[in-house]
Structures are given as structure tokens and as C-alpha cells.
Write a protein that binds this ligand. Structure first.
Ligand code: GLP
Length: 263
């Protein structure tokens, strides 16, 4: 895993946007995997600025990591609605090329199989952006998720529901179920870029990068990924023990992305 530590959240956004821009420059019809939550906000805003400046993402496709089950249709916090606001509209993607698992389907298992098939039909995900839950989840793969899981229905953990309560008027409104790409689905992406911002993420990030591979910290599965890059700020990097090594080794990766490291 490459670990690139940059000074702050804005710098995380610039580095991740550069990774996307470099991909799209040589593959204009790239397939992107897009995360929700607060963390990718700086990345999407930076990409939107670059689109205004001439970057063309209109031939790209985007696949969401996950979606709530049982959220009222049109609810502003459904991940479909969030991705419309933060990705599809500002980045100029075509509506029929933005895919979100169908959390409103009458047959949820079929919706999960359809989602896997859609990813495969698109040729697989070139670059998967990921956030990190405070409990180490990626997508909504909660602790004890099978490391070989596919897109499926999951129950949200109490901690994740509490973390996400800030997006809802009442904590009871946070859905209890979701559909999420599985850990094996995420492993099939050609490049996984894990973003982490803020000191609340420091314990989980230390586990993911330096801990033992374990379903208790689902993000540790990225240790098995063919090409995984962590882009984090100083605060999120606060509990990494091999920081001097990452700064020495990631120089090349950071230079490729055109960003300076914090060290
Ligand atoms: C959410 C999402 C994840 C996200 C993570 C972290 O619940 N399902 O895709 O990466 O939790 O969220 P945030 O970036 O808001 O901290």
C-alpha cells in the first residue's frame, strides 16, 4: 500500500482529484467507483473546479459503493440523491452512467446480483474512491464482514448509525439496512484509493495500514489489493508508526500525483 500524507483535507482532495484526472487523461471513458460520506467532499469539489476549467468527465461511468435500504424515495440523504448532488451534476456525468444499488427493490438479493453484473458489463472499476468508517468499514462492510463478500444486504452497526445520524433530523431515521459492494467486489477494482481526513479516523487508519488482516477491521482487506493507495491528512495519520518510511517511500507516488507530502 502506498501511504501519502498531505497537510490537510483540501490537499487530500487535490491529490485524489489528480489521480482521477490522470486516469481520465489516458482513459476518457474510465469507470469510477464513488464513495459518499463527508470525506470525498474535497475531492469532488476539486474535480468540479477542474471540470469548469476544461476537464471532461462526460464519458466516465460511476458506481456507488452502497445505498440505504428503506429510505423514502427522493430523500435527500439517499446515496442516489447525494451522488446526484455531489458527483453527477457538478462533474457532468450522464445520468444513465451513474449506478447506485437499488435499495428500494422488492427483491434485494436480485438487485445485488444485478449490480455486480452491471459492474462487470462496464468492464470493472478502474479507480475506486473509498472513505473509512471509524469502525474500519469500507463501503458499508461492517466489522465481521466476509473478506470475500460480494454486493449484498447488510445490517448497519450501531456505531455507523450513530456516526451517520448527523445527516438526519432524528437518529431513529437512520436506516438499519443497506446494500453494499462486498469486500471482494472492492478488491476487483484496478486501483483503490482510500481517503482519510481528521483525527477521528486515526485509530481505524492505523489498523487498516498496519494492523493484522481481520474481518474485525474490514478495511484491512486492502492489504490484499493489487494496487491500493492511501491519501490522508496529518490528523488521520497521527497513529501510524512507520510514518518516516511512508514519507520516504511515497515520494515517488506523491510526485506522480503532483503533490507534496507533509513530511
Ligand atoms: C459511510 C459510507 C462509507 C463512508 C464512511 C465514512 O457510512 N457508507 O462509504 O466512506 O461511512 O464516512 P465519512 O466520510 O462521512 O466519515
Amino acid at each position: 500500500m502506498d501511504v501519502i500524507v498531505v497537510p490537510d483535507g483540501e490537499s487530500v482532495g487535490r491529490a485524489a482529484a489528480t489521480a482521477v484526472e490522470q486516469l481520465v487523461t489516458h482513459r476518457p471513458d474510465a469507470v469510477l467507483g464513488v464513495a459518499t460520506g463527508s470525506t470525498p467532499g474535497t475531492t469532488y469539489r476539486e474535480l468540479a473546479r477542474r471540470v469548469e476549467g476544461g476537464l471532461d468527465l462526460s464519458r466516465c461511468s460511476a458506481f456507488a459503493l452502497d445505498e440505504y435500504v428503506g429510505i423514502p424515495e427522493g430523500h435527500p440523504e439517499s446515496y442516489r440523491a447525494v451522488l446526484d448532488r455531489t458527483v453527477r451534476e457538478p462533474l457532468g456525468l450522464r445520468a444513465d452512467r451513474v449506478y447506485v444499488p437499488d435499495g428500494g427493490a422488492s427483491d434485494l438479493d436480485q438487485a445485488c446480483r444485478d449490480y455486480e453484473a452491471a459492474i462487470e458489463a462496464a468492464g470493472g472499476i478502474d479507480l475506486q474512491l473509498l472513505g473509512l468508517g471509524t469502525n474500519g468499514h469500507i463501503g458499508f462492510n461492517e466489522p465481521t464482514s466476509s473478506l470475500r463478500s460480494q454486493t449484498r444486504v447488510k445490517t448497519l452497526s450501531p456505531r455507523t448509525r450513530a456516526d451517520n445520524a448527523r445527516f438526519f433530523d432524528d437518529p431513529d431515521q437512520v436506516p438499519r439496512l443497506c446494500l453494499t459492494q462486498g469486500l471482494a467486489t472492492i478488491l476487483r477494482s484496478r486501483h483503490a484509493v482510500l481517503l482519510a481526513i481528521g483525527e477521528k479516523k486515526a485509530p481505524a487508519l492505523a489498523q487498516v495500514v498496519e494492523g493484522a488482516l481481520s474481518a474485525m477491521w474490514p478495511g484491512t482487506v486492502l492489504q490484499l489489493h493489487q494496487h491500493a493507495t492511501v491519501i490522508c491528512d496529518e490528523a488521520a495519520a497521527g497513529q501510524l508508526t512507520l510514518r518516516d518510511y511512508y514519507d520516504a517511500a511515497s515520494g515517488e507516488a506523491a510526485r506522480e500525483l503532483g503533490v507534496g507530502t507533509a513530511g
